[in-house]
Design a protein around this ligand. Sequence first.
Ligand code: PBG
Length: 329
Amino acid sequence: MYPLRRNRRLRSNEVIRGLVRETILSPDDFLVPLFVTEGSNVKEEIASMPGYYRYSPDLLEKEVKELFRMGLRSVLLFVKVPDNLKDNRGTEALNPDGLMQRAVKTVKNAVPDMLVMTDVALDPYSGYGHDGVVENGIIQNDESVDILTEMALSHALAGADFVAPSDMMDGRILSMREALEEEGLTQTGIMSYSAKYASAFYGPFRDALDSAPVDKQGIPKDKKTYQMDYANRIEALRETEMDIDEGADIVMVKPGLCYLDIVRDIKNEFDVPLAVYQVSGEYAMIKAASEKGWLDHDTVIMEQLTAIKRAGADIIASYFAKDAIRLMK
Ligand code: PBG
């Protein structure tokens, strides 16, 4: 007549819900993306990412101290490169005194226990906004890998704990791992953006770094010849397996929300730690809708971040990391 099992018993108040909750966010889950720009005393809000900023190195120092105080322990650095330093081969990326190399040292000096990861890709350094070298309208794989490998070494020598190649060229993980080993940088890790999709959700990030791919002289305006087709699932497993075989310590799925099926597939299939990047467009959507009063900012953030962890993320790269810490309390 009546159900023997009433599932609502386990939902009847916050205490019992807390006891049976399966997924709990922790400050340790978060990796904080940070945008660095030249100058001093610069804190610029990114137009399409309200509440998120680019910092000059001096203010970056303040920011990482604050993050550390809040309980956040790892950062992922990106740099905005001035136009006059951009070229097709990303020459500035290898400058030992370039913005990224200085930013790594700034963070490490300010907070030695902060784990520092660096973005490795040519797009912020490229006049074309592409992650690799462009020739005759084609993004060159092997030539790009050689430069990206030098770039990874340069970041490691500056003091990065992990390099994070986000370029999606073939073979770059193996090339970087071998080069790091040869230099004796055996403790420098690689977090590979292994299943990175050609997504429209990167738009605000490209505003942040002024790195949108351009359409001049037949140069492709999208990244579909190297980033993955969002229609594909099996391909993500193949990409991930190859990166693990080539030596990746951590693999990644990016973006987050639209790709949680891929996150779960990879989690079920492989045993290396998995990062998920909740990207700029996902941040912008929540900001825009909540500014209009159409969504509740804080509740939606926690729902999405918890869903990412529930799907299988061990690490979450998110622009909402500070909000998450506030809301966990
Ligand atoms: C570039 C890179 C991108 C992001 C991280 N690294 C953009 C792109 O591939 O065009 C996107 C991050 C975000 O949208 O938050 N190598």
